[in-house]
Design a protein around this ligand. Sequence first.
Ligand code: AMP
Length: 225
Amino acid sequence: MTLPGVKLVIFGKQGAGKGTQCVRLSEHYGAPHISTGDMLRAAVRSGSELGLKAKAIMERGELLGDDLIMAMVAERLSEPDAKEHGFILDGFPRTEQQAEALASFLAPGDLDLAVDIELPTEEVLQRIAGRRVCVDCGANYSVSSPPKVDWTCDSCGGKVVQREDDTEEAVGRRLELYERQTAPLIDWYSKRGQFAEADGVGTPDVVLQRIIQAVDERRQHSGTA
Ligand code: AMP
């Protein structure tokens, strides 16, 4: 029997289906989906001190400082839902320093698995051009799979738009950053025996099953299922 809750990090180039899979994994395992990008966009909208700092950096498609991000994630992981059910981390860690910080924060417990959803770059660029997001809850849509009514979110009624940082220039910079800074994390987690790759080509259901299989195999292996 699979225990409720899970501790996962999900990687993938932007546009690889990370957001969609995280929402589904969250439903499947009953663990909160924690997206640092969504948290930062909410902070920008609220006009908080963090939001003011984050806005310009995000518009340039650059990364925020490790300390700032870790403080934000640590606060979120200390909330009751994450303490009780674990988490699906999306967009974090993005640097080795963040991975180190997360591992020390979680010690003595640790992750179940870090999963990379792998998709060829050309396909990623095509998907990003068509993707749309709910400004309130972060639900993902696309031009080929829009909300039922007039760009209004099916789950919360929020406005569904194209992300401001989905311009070609910012996307190019993010993909480059991903290769340069985040791909080494795959080595980092591989060396710790905490990494699996999931083929991201296929329908969301097919990809979800691949990820669940990798996670459940790992949990059986480590005796937590
Ligand atoms: P995302 O929605 O994950 O693509 O994140 C949008 C933007 O938020 C990124 O381009 C960064 O500027 C910032 N951001 C999100 N997560 C992180 C992180 N873990 N470390 C640094 N910056 C981040």
